[in-house]
Design a protein around this ligand. Structure first.
Ligand SMILES: Cc1cc2nc3c(=O)[nH]c(=O)nc-3n(C[C@H](O)[C@H](O)[C@H](O)COP(=O)(O)OP(=O)(O)OC[C@H]3O[C@@H](n4cnc5c(N)ncnc54)[C@H](O)[C@@H]3O)c2cc1C
Length: 473
């Protein structure tokens, strides 16, 4: 092992120990491959407890050890060794999953926080390590006047973490998901093999990794499409008296391509009712756009308009994070339910669900994300959507005011009931949700794409070592 690598690994949390020296009773022993220098594992209580939690704060699954690889080769060494030992492995990016999806009970959690280099920014692409946050990616690309076409609303998520699920944001109505912007991926399969995949090289693996819930491989590096960054964003928040008028105007704005970013939400109004909001962003350089062009003919008469640099706009969620960290709610349980509703009956389903919710079910800072998008922009095979031209993300972003575990468990069960209802009405889950799922639920979820995932799993992780947290296999 090079001194540099040793130093990096020792910089991790808590006590580290070589695999060989960690041969406590029942603990893993060192890799047999003499070519591999032997990864270091942190098996102290503090490291294991940290990896047994996520943003959801609902499930607690303690790994046997945590490792912090700093190179693709180390990821492969650890993967091969864990496979030989018969251990499960979960990659962890920023730990913002809500239901234990980055956990591996009695297995190995591979924290990719040290694999976070931005390698190159070129005029049409950026090459980044998968443990980098989107914040870091945006900082590097904006410095060259470029930006990924789709950003999540929160930028402190890792590139690998969002590519494993999809990655949706304000400009998805224009560009699809983050998984649609990927040009190439370097991965380590469940067999511990390092491969590069793209639409032309191992295309079946490329399709199984993007939004594939980390079942076949760990992403170590990604080449992502870039576009020119606008200088500024003109941001509109429009208010509506009810869901029907919000929906009608959102559809109009979408169909007429009036904005670059389109989202919206149903928000508790603090008195037991709801506020209905459209959120739209128009990009511009130099001359300010004509507000009238966005607003013409819309029902809203109480718009709020703000004008921000692209960077300020992309980081807007940081303000809410600061508030929630200050009031303690960032660390409360977060039993989120995220789904896509079919456009054809969206009003009925959304109205029925909202009628049964009370503001305590969401919390004072919670919201229901709600907006339309075109499905033809989404080309990732494993990203499942209702089979319609227009669908609506419909996300219960629950931020309870208390840390009450019983309440969180009640809301998880409620998520399950709502999921079944939404599914039977043609809706589809966005798998970042907090609810129990069975293998047959996943078969149903992936539908005609299930065989794509199963075949890739059989080829690249036949021992089913990767990512037990989704309980797919
Ligand atoms: C405050 C907040 C805001 C959010 N906003 C959005 C949003 O706007 N749009 C959106 O789409 N989602 C959003 N999400 C959901 C988020 O995209 C997912 O939960 C994402 O998986 C979290 O990324 P992470 O780096 O924290 O991953 P983790 O929680 O660490 O891991 C999540 C899953 O990804 C896998 N994984 C992590 N890294 C890799 C890798 N390198 N290779 C393969 N698999 C890997 C893990 O094994 C696990 O299964 C939000 C979540 C939070 C908490």
């Amino acid at each position: 092992m090079t001194p540099n690598r040793r130093t990096l690994l020792h910089a991790g949390v808590g006590v580290t120990a070589t695999l060989a020296s960690a041969a406590l009773a029942g603990q893993p022993s060192g890799p047999r491959d003499s070519q591999s220098p032997g990864p270091l594992l942190a098996n102290d209580a503090e490291s294991r407890a940290a990896a047994a939690q996520d943003f959801g704060h609902i499930v607690d699954r303690r790994p046997r050890a945590v490792c912090k690889p700093a190179t693709s080769g180390e990821v492969a060494d650890i993967m091969r060794w864990a496979k030989d030992q018969g251990l499960k492995v979960a990659a962890r990016g920023q730990g913002h999953a809500t239901y234990g999806r980055a956990m591996a009970e009695d297995g190995i959690v591979m924290d990719l926080g040290m694999l976070a280099t931005i390698h190159r920014v070129e005029p049409d692409r950026v090459v980044v390590d998968a443990g980098a946050t989107w914040h870091k990616v945006v900082d590097a690309t904006l410095a060259k006047g470029l930006v990924p076409p789709v950003l999540t609303n929160y930028l402190e998520l890792s590139v690998g973490g969002t590519l494993a699920v999809g990655g949706i944001g304000g400009s998805s109505s224009r560009h699809g998901l983050q998984t649609d912007q990927v040009l190439e991926l370097d991965v380590v399969t469940g067999e511990g093999v390092e491969l590069t995949c793209s639409p032309t090289s191992h295309p079946e693996l490329f399709d199984a990794v993007r939004a594939g819930l980390a079942q076949c491989a760990i992403i170590v590096r990604a080449t992502l499409r870039l576009m020119r960054a606008p200088e500024r964003v003109r941001r509109f928040q429009l208010s509506y008296p009810d869901l029907a008028s919000l929906t009608a105007d959102q559809r109009r704005v979408l169909e007429e391509a009036r904005c670059d970013q389109l989202q919206g939400a149903v928000v508790p109004d603090g008195t037991g009712g709801w506020r209905y909001q459209m959120e739209a962003g128009v990009f511009y350089d130099g001359k300010m756009p004509d507000d009238g062009a966005l607003l013409a003919g819309l029902a809203d008469k109480r718009e709020t308009v703000s004008d921000l640099t692209f960077g300020e706009d992309a980081n807007a969620f940081a303000k809410l994070e600061k508030i929630l960290r200050a009031n303690g709610q960032w660390l409360n349980p977060h039993p989120w339910l995220l789904t896509y509703l079919p456009g054809s009956n969206v009003l009925k389903i959304a109205r029925d669900v909202i009628a049964e919710l009370n503001s305590d079910d969401l919390g004072p800072f919670g919201r229901i994300t709600y907006y339309p998008m075109f499905t033809d922009r989404c080309r990732t095979p494993l990203l499942r959507l209702p089979d319609e031209r227009v669908v609506f993300p419909f996300n219960l972003i629950r931020i309870p005011a208390s840390a009450d575990r019983a309440n969180a468990e009640r809301l998880v069960m409620r998520n399950r009931e709502l999921y079944e209802r939404i599914r039977s009405a043609g809706g589809v889950l966005y798998p970042v949700s907090a609810l129990p799922m069975s293998s047959s639920d996943w078969t149903d979820h992936f539908g005609v794409r299930w065989s794509l995932l199963c075949e890739a799993k059989g080829r690249h992780d036949p021992g089913s070592h990767l990512t037990p947290g989704y309980e797919l296999f």
